[in-house]
Design a protein around this ligand. Sequence first.
Ligand SMILES: N#[N+]C[C@@H]1[C@@H](O)[C@H](O)[C@@H](O)[C@@H]2O[C@H]12
Length: 448
Amino acid sequence: MIVKAFPQDFVWGVSTSAYQVEGAWNEDGKGESIWDRFCHTPYRIANGDTGDIACDHYHRMPEDVALMKELGVKGYRFSIAWTRIFPDGKGKVNPKGLDFYDRLVDELGKAGILANATLNHWDLPQALQDLGGWANRDTTDRFAEYARVMFDRLGDRVALWATHNEPVVVTSGYLGGSMAPGLADASVAYRVAHHLNLAHGKAVQVFRQGGYPGKIGIVLDLQNYIPESDSEADVLATQRMLDHSHHLFLDPIFKRQYPQGLMEWLGTIAPQPQEGDMEIISTPIDFLGLNYYFTLKVRYEPWGGLLKAAARPFSAPMWSQTEMGWGVHPEGLTAILLKLRNHYGNPDIYITENGTAAPDQPDEHGFVQDRERIAYLRRHLIAAHDAIQQGVNLRGYFVWSFMDNFEWALGYRPRFGIVRVDYATQKRIPKLSAYWYREVIRQNAVWE
Ligand SMILES: N#[N+]C[C@@H]1[C@@H](O)[C@H](O)[C@@H](O)[C@@H]2O[C@H]12
């Protein structure tokens, strides 16, 4: 057996997000978010599921943190619901909302678990959406205000701050209609992307000016895209997919410019930076959060939408597809990590999401022997270890997800947790993968 030991201060964590686990959608003064509105709109979510209750984490948070501690978890990545803090997105702060996150970071501190807080995990206040949402440049200033309130309140106890989670998906909420706010208007989508970048930069500047302890970064959705063939058409289609999914955010932040090829391809609907915007967006960050799940093979497709590209899941030999229909390709994770080392200044990186939905058939006690998930996690940790051996500054790994939760438009069917949630009783039941992960953390190593 080959043991692959990780660096001594490596952070072993778990991830969730507010809308997917908290529930209490309209409790203690919380305002309506675009995901509340989207879920309450007929035919948008599988089975008519909503995040109204979810995992009831809002009420069960102390027991969830206690379970993380029991499993030896060293870091908890959560997101803050903007509408708990500013029910209308701006104006009067809701003290009960602040109190919840105060209690959460205090529980984490008592448990010796690092707090990793994301400010925007897609749940924009509906009141701001009614004013144009991320398509309205004013929202970038509202975000900076919200960020300041959170830095002031929690900044002494949060080690890692992320401005956005996967901003490209917010853009999708304006492109394809499958995510909130459920629009399909390409003419707005790239203005949204620019304002997300600008809001990120403004929040980083607030963080710097405030001299808060801790570190700040952003979490990006960086899946691995490879061309279906070496034909020029497929190679160019793959480049467009990478420009849209990776470089639309990576390049402004790390290179102070948008990818030229995408700007030319988009023409009049491309981002339109104003004077000084790119300087704000590229304010240096302390780390990059990487969400990696799969590799896709890309081909030129004349009917392939705005990018004239189509993608299919790619699995390494011996792997099948996951419950989500995704390929399994651990080598893709190493490739993304090396891309960041080679082309983006080798920043400090945390893998902020990696995991898989699996069949998860419980036995009569509700216990799940999720060997498929263990195999997935183990092989991706080996891939991450390979990257560290090649000089990548990988500082931590957060499994998606701590517990089964609301999977956006797919509702509750897909289960990503290392802890099972019986939604009828809200009982938490660690799966085999949770005990496996506890051993990985204890040994600070994974074995081949
Ligand atoms: N789908 N899927 C699982 C997971 C989703 O649940 C997260 O909220 C996102 O940040 C990211 O898409 C990844």
